[in-house]
Design a protein around this ligand. Structure first.
Ligand SMILES: Cc1ncc(COP(=O)(O)O)c(C=O)c1O
Length: 381
């Protein structure tokens, strides 16, 4: 059976490597293999000596133990190292869902969180994050009304891509309570956990609070290492974990050895990498806030509480047309909300890259020249 197009990835495949100024990337600034090795106190020779045989299918126990050590109620047996974070979404939906199972998905969502659940179960309800004055809000009453004893799975993503929303601890615990009452599973995508901004506290991982959950995490966003394709699922339930492993034998079988080696190095320098990226995001968000202040007729700005991304209201008839035009005319890339299944009135921006300031300056020059042309044509009429 065919699956819906993965709109975000099609869009990035078209523009990411041909558009000079990327203002919507969700990952953070990356580093080289050599920089990573140096930070972790390892050498090129250490990496060069690595053997390229098959690896343990659930992942290297040393790496799994390092991952488990970043949680409080997680043992190394609970961790499944993946071939990529994206694979974890596929494996989870395949292992957990049957046709007809009811799933509630927090939306807007990274495509695969919604599309894979819909593809496998065919029975998905959307739980929408709502725009409010200067921020985004969760409607827990809506979740209560959507979840019933027929609900097999609730899919959430905190910190949230694309809004940058982070629930408070009470809201987070309420979601768990709602799931618990109905014996529903939770798939909690924590790919952006660790990027809480302006001193906001990191929420506990869902893996530490709820036994019927699958947590997805990895090194692409927070650590700025998407080219490693390093990710993991935490699944405390043994039966479900075995089911996930069975599906994994049909996809990647085992993680790539160089990825496991470098992922361990990255976990050893965790604080340093995260601190650097959080600082970069906060600085870029400061610049973006000032920019939005200069263009109040064009944007509605709801600053993110966490993550590297934000969803910005765009006062133009079609964000999709606007973004294609902007990429082609100005070489500046924004992501239209149509790629996130969220109407056509918003754009996603991403703040994790060092080149953000340059891109924003280029965008502003373009907006100014557009504005000058508009004024000129008005004065001529
Ligand atoms: C919320 C979320 N989950 C999962 C992924 C997949 O991560 P990766 O591209 O590293 O496989 C992404 C990537 O953008 C994401 O935003």
């Amino acid at each position: 059976m065919k699956i819906d197009p993965f709109d975000i990835e099609h869009y990035f495949a078209r523009y990411e490597f041909t558009t000079p100024f990327l203002l919507c990337a969700s990952d953070c600034e990356t580093i080289s293999v050599n920089e990573l090795l140096t930070m972790a106190g390892r050498t090129e020779a250490d990496l060069g000596a690595l053997k390229l045989g098959y690896t343990e299918s659930q992942g290297d126990p040393v790496l799994r133990s390092a991952v488990a050590g970043t949680y409080s109620a997680v043992a190394l047996d609970h961790v499944v190292i993946l071939g990529s974070p994206e694979e974890g979404i596929y494996l989870a939906m395949r292992a957990l869902l049957e046709p007809g199972d009811h799933v509630v998905v927090l939306t807007p969502a990274y495509d695969s969180l919604l599309n894979l659940a819909r593809h496998v179960s065919g029975n998905v309800s959307r739980w929408e994050i709502r725009p409010a004055e200067g921020r985004w809000e969760l409607d827990l009453d809506q979740l209560i009304s959507l979840v019933s004893s027929r609900t097999k799975l609730i899919v959430v993503n905190f910190p949230h891509n694309p809004t940058g929303f982070l629930p408070d601890l009470d809201q987070f615990r309420s979601i768990i309570e709602i799931a618990r009452q109905h014996k529903a599973w939770i798939f909690c995508d924590e790919m952006y956990r660790g990027l809480e901004l302006n001193g906001l506290e990191t929420l506990p991982s869902m893996a530490d609070l709820y036994e019927r959950c699958l947590v997805l995490a990895g090194l692409s966003k927070v650590y700025g290492l998407p080219g490693l394709r390093a990710g993991w699922l935490v699944i405390r339930d043994e039966v479900l974990r075995a089911e996930v492993m069975n599906w994994k034998f049909y996809t990647s079988i085992c993680p790539p050895a160089p990825t496991e080696y470098l992922a361990l190095a990255a976990l050893q320098t965790r604080e340093q990498l995260i601190e650097r990226n959080r600082g970069l995001i906060e600085q870029n968000i400061g610049d973006a806030g000032a920019f939005f202040g200069r263009w109040p007729d064009l944007f509605t700005w709801r600053p993110p509480q966490a993550s590297s991304v934000a969803l910005v209201g765009l006062h133009r008839p079609s964000a999709t047309d606007y973004c294609h035009h902007l990429a082609e005319e100005a070489g500046v890339l924004l992501l239209p909300s149509s790629c996130l299944g969220y109407g056509d009135g918003h754009v996603r921006m991403g703040f994790g890259r060092e080149s953000f300031g340059k891109g924003l300056a280029r965008y502003e020059t373009y907006l100014q020249s557009e504005e000058n042309q508009r004024r000129e044509s008005l004065s001529l009429t």
